[in-house]
Design a protein around this ligand. Structure first.
Ligand SMILES: NC(=O)c1ccc[n+]([C@@H]2O[C@H](COP(=O)([O-])OP(=O)(O)OC[C@H]3O[C@@H](n4cnc5c(N)ncnc54)[C@H](OP(=O)(O)O)[C@@H]3O)[C@@H](O)[C@H]2O)c1
Length: 305
C-alpha cells in the first residue's frame, strides 16, 4: 500500500513520490529540450499514479508552468498536487525578490500560467538579501488564507533563515539540495524541521543522474564536485546497490528512489526526468520495498558525503 503523508500544517496530502519538472520547458537551463517531451513526461507521471508536480517560474521563465497548466486541463485537477516557486523578478533581470507585493503578484501570475484557481504548494524559491523572512512568509500565509495556495514553502534557505521565516509557525514545507551524495541537511536542518512539523522535499535526489547508476568510472570528469577518490567510491557503492536491485529485478534508480521513500525524514522525493520512459521506469519504484537492512546498507555505502 502506497503511503500518504500530510504537508506541514496544511491539508495537502501526497504520496511520497513526485516529479521534478525543471526539464519540462526549462530551455533556459538545459539546451536541446523539446516541449513535446515535456508534455509527454508530465502526462506519463499522472498516468502512472504520481500526483505531485514540482515546477517553478524560472524553469523556462513560465514555460514549465504553462505546459503543466495545459496537461492539467486534460486531467482531474483535484488529484494533482501542483508545487511552484518564485523569487526571480522578471522585471529586474531575475534579481531575487522576496518582497510581499512581489510574492503576491508572483502567485497571481503562476495561477494564470497554470490555468488553475489554486496552487497546492508555493515556495519562495531563493532568499533575497533584504526582506525580513517572516514578512515574506506572512505574504504567502495571506495567500493561503485567501485560498490561492494551500501550503507555504521556502527553498534554499539556510537553517537560520528557515527559523526566521518560521517565527510565527507559518512554514509548511522546505525544499533543499539533499541526496545520498549531499547529506549536509542531516545534521541540523532535518532535526529542526522534524521538531517543528515541517515537511521536507530534497532536490537533486538522483544527483543529476549520477545515482541512477548509468555512469561509469570513465565519467569522472562530468562530476567535478567530487574528487577522483570520491568518484571511485561512488561507482563502487553503486555496484553494491546494483546487486540489491538485481535481486528485486529493479534498476539502481528505482532502488534509490525507493530508499528516499523509505526515509522518514523525506516527505516527497521528486526525481526529474528528460523523457517519459524515465518517468515510467522511476514510477515503478512505487512497488519496490526496501527492508530495514537494505535501507541501512545503502545509508552506510554513502556515509560521509
Ligand atoms: N528548489 C530548487 O532550487 C531546485 C533546484 C534544482 C532542482 N529542483 C527540483 O528538483 C527536481 C529534481 O532535481 P533534478 O531533476 O535537477 O535532478 P535529479 O532528480 O537528481 O536527476 C534527474 C535527472 O536524472 C536523469 N534521470 C532521471 N531518471 C532517470 C532514469 N530512470 N534513467 C536514467 N537517467 C535518469 C535525467 O537526466 P538526463 O537524462 O539528462 O541524464 C533527469 O533529468 C527538479 O526537476 C526540480 O523540480 C529544485
Amino acid at each position: 500500500m502506497v503511503q500518504t503523508i500530510k504537508i506541514g500544517h496544511s491539508d495537502v496530502a501526497s504520496i511520497k513520490l513526485g516529479l521534478g519538472t525543471n526539464k519540462v520547458g526549462g530551455h533556459n537551463l538545459f539546451p536541446g529540450l523539446e516541449d513535446e517531451d515535456g508534455y509527454d513526461l508530465v502526462q506519463e507521471a499522472l498516468s502512472d499514479g504520481i500526483s505531485l508536480l514540482d515546477t517553478a517560474y524560472v524553469y523556462g521563465l513560465g514555460k514549465s508552468e504553462e505546459i503543466i497548466g495545459d496537461v492539467l486541463q486534460k486531467n482531474d485537477r483535484q488529484k494533482v498536487i501542483v508545487a511552484s516557486k518564485a523569487a526571480q523578478d522578471p522585471k529586474d533581470n531575475l534579481k531575487l525578490n522576496n518582497k510581499p507585493a512581489f510574492l503576491k503578484q508572483a502567485v497571481d501570475d503562476a495561477l494564470k500560467r497554470l490555468k488553475t484557481d489554486y496552487i497546492d504548494i508555493f515556495y519562495i524559491h531563493f532568499p533575497d538579501d533584504q526582506t525580513d523572512k517572516a514578512e515574506a512568509v506572512a505574504a504567502l500565509a495571506d495567500e493561503k488564507k485567501a485560498g490561492k495556495i494551500r501550503a507555504v514553502g521556502v527553498s534554499n534557505f539556510s537553517l537560520d533563515q528557515v527559523k526566521e521565516a518560521n517565527v510565527d509557525g507559518q512554514v509548511d514545507i522546505v525544499e533543499d539540495n539533499y541526496s545520498l551524495l549531499h547529506r549536509g541537511a542531516e545534521k541540523d536542518l532535518l532535526p529542526y524541521l522534524k521538531a517543528n512539523g515541517i515537511s521536507f522535499v530534497p532536490y537533486f535526489p538522483l544527483a543529476s543522474g549520477l545515482l541512477t547508476g548509468k555512469y561509469t568510472a570513465a565519467d569522472a570528469g562530468k562530476f567535478d564536485q567530487f574528487s577522483a577518490e570520491q568518484f571511485d567510491r561512488i561507482i563502487k557503492a553503486l555496484d553494491q546497490v546494483r546487486q540489491i536491485a538485481d535481486k528485486k529485478q529493479a534498476t539502481v534508480a528505482q532502488v534509490m528512489i525507493a530508499w528516499y521513500m523509505a526515509d522518514p525524514d523525506v516527505s516527497v522525493v521528486i526525481p526529474g526526468a528528460r523523457k517519459a520512459e524515465q518517468v515510467k521506469s522511476n514510477a515503478a519504484a512505487l512497488s519496490i520495498d526496501i527492508s530495514d537492512k537494505e535501507f541501512k546498507t545503502i545509508d552506510q555505502l554513502f556515509a560521509g558525503f
